[in-house]
Ligand binder design. Sequence first.
Ligand code: AHR
Length: 311
Amino acid sequence: GGGGDSSGGGGGGEDGTVMGFSQVGAESGWRTANSNSIQEAATAAGIDLKFSDAQQKQENQIKAIRTYIQQKVDAIAFSPVVETGWEPVLQEAKRANIPVILTDRAVDTTDDSLYATFLGSDFVEEGKKAGDWLVQNSATADTTGDGKINVVELQGTTGAAPAIDRAEGFRDSIASQSNIAITASQTGDFTRDGGKQVMESFLNSNRGQIDVVFAQNDDMGLGALQAIEAAGLVPGKDIKVITVDAVKDGMQALADGKIDFIVECNPLLGPQLMDLTEKVLNGEDVPKRVVTEETTFTPEQAKSVLADRQY
Ligand code: AHR
């Protein structure tokens, strides 16, 4: 075992470890980068990866996990599309003695014996960082000049950990500011199309009153930019835009001044996932929670890192 590209024998990756991975879907640029990272890291670690895409449907994920159990894979990893409803299938994996590693998103359960470890971001913290930026920049965020900052929110997939937690962190951080209010909030399913459509309807009903969009991922933010421009408004000027992820398209829009601030969510979880899996299979102790390190980006910072951005 050991690093992602360890060589030599021993338990873990080199001797035919089979991992079943159930991915959420292909809803966003972030997800594509995440899937690539997992597939590349499995190859590098010599792990035989069975990979399935659930198209954002929990039933598909449960089916995939049951198939992996039947196939007697060595380990199962998955990124749960929503937080609740996993106990029965996780019990089945436990009875079959197959360790489960949660990747990217958490499940809502009181029984933490149902998974070996959870690797991913602190989504509450991400939401807080977005809110903190708004509080610190409230002087320029009142684009309508009425002394109040009206925020519309594009939420991620309903019931998903990042949607629930980013909403919570954002609200925590703006709670003490009486001049900042969330005036509308709706899901755009973490997709570009969803973000565009919801933003169109927000603009139709609140035109002239929206100061800020908080999009819970870059793709929805990029969709919102299209809607804002189609309405004859200038993103970054007439409406401030805050997003989460920092994928290349988002960073380009940030560098162009159309997005104002991006909170990073790191999709490159593959190497750490393979490393944790090998440790678990070797019976080594692993932390129950592994939090990804992340930063934030202003337009200036986006300009300086854009050329080297891998995804
Ligand atoms: O779970 C991570 C989130 O899922 C990303 O922020 C979003 O882009 C993706 O769809």
